[in-house]
Design a protein around this ligand. Structure first.
Ligand code: PMV
Length: 312
């Protein structure tokens, strides 16, 4: 019996994480070097929908999975959206090379690949808009109050300029640029980072609103620079955004160490990316210097690096 498979990329946020939850703009790009992959295979002999996710030791009928488990929620959301009352017996297998809880959108990538594969299996592949809508619902379990940027950039698999609730704007780079991603190896669930920022905001709204404004202004300046091919302008904007995120309290000693190491190795700018408090940082590199920066990050204790290019 042939399987239906679907895969979805990781993502990084170039500018504007956290502030995007409060209505400011942000810029995100897909990272296709790592992927979540889902296969759905019909079980002629069985009765159950079996969910297999070896990375988290899951291999059991869907009915025995925690009702709040995001993958279960995604499967049932697809069936409900297609009006399928009885799901045919099948095995749903989920694998991923995206590091989890590290700001690379692993949860959203799993949701998107799962929603696509499962809707196809049920006979009606959902359009991107609907995939995005369902993935956003699942993101609420991962993030609490997500902006929707992760699911959106992963569904469309293109650089985006994103403002929550506004039409999605695809960003076209005037000139290609190279980013080195460095993993602190410290897992940091986004839901906790988002909650910490909310606590700070509740205590001192004026201060946090000003930080969100600064991050939003940096995202706007970066959009102009990216579209105009002004790559060298992006470095200082990334440095400034890292400073703003540190003031929000979402950097960490390990993130700061890697950001500094990247700059010392010649990066044009560097910042944490995603929820922060661990997870990944990113550095803007010239194509010639990217491997050198990646090596410097590893020497400084990074758990892994990825070099990715945003094409023009
Ligand atoms: O999934 P992460 O860790 O890349 O975080 C997404 C970005 C946040 O702005 C922190 C949250 C959100 O929903 O936009």
């Amino acid at each position: 019996m042939p399987s239906i498979t679907s895969s979805a990329p990781a993502k990084i946020i170039l500018f504007g994480e956290h502030a995007v939850v409060y209505g400011r703009p942000a810029i995100a790009v897909p990272v296709t070097q790592v992927k979540a992959k889902v296969s759905v295979t019909a079980n002629i002999k069985g009765n159950d929908v079996v969910l297999q996710a070896p990375a988290i030791g899951l291999d059991c009928p869907l009915s025995e999975v925690d009702p709040r488990q995001p993958m279960r929620v995604a499967i049932l959301a697809v069936a409900a959206s297609l009006g399928v009352a009885h799901i045919p017996a099948c095995t749903v297998r989920i694998t991923s090379s995206i590091p989890v809880a590290s700001g690379l959108g692993s949860g959203a990538a799993v949701s998107v690949a799962l929603i696509r594969a499962f809707s196809h299996f049920l006979g009606r592949a959902l359009p991107d808009e609907k995939v995005n809508e369902l993935a956003f619902e699942v993101e609420k379990i991962h993030h609490g109050a997500p902006s929707g940027i992760d699911n959106t950039v992963i569904v469309y698999n293109k650089p985006i300029y994103f403002v929550a609730g506004k039409p999605i704007l695809r960003l076209k780079a005037g000139r290609a640029f190279t980013i080195v991603i460095g993993d602190t190896g410290e897992a940091s669930p986004t839901i906790e980072a988002v909650a910490a920022v909310r606590q700070g905001w509740q205590k001192d709204k004026d201060h946090f609103e000003a930080l969100f404004d600064s991050a939003g202004a940096l995202a706007d300046a970066a959009r102009t620079a990216i579209e105009a091919g002004g790559v060298e302008l992006l470095g200082p904007l990334m440095d400034a955004n890292h400073g703003v995120l540190a003031k929000m309290g979402v950097s960490s000693a390990a993130l700061d160490r890697l950001v500094l190491a990247a700059r010392r190795a010649g990066a044009l700018g560097a910042k944490l990316s995603g929820g922060g408090r661990g997870g990944n940082m990113i550095a803007l590199a010239s194509p010639k210097n990217a491997e050198n920066i990646a090596a410097a990050l590893m020497d400084t204790g990074a758990a892994g690096t990825i070099v990715t290019t945003i094409e023009s």
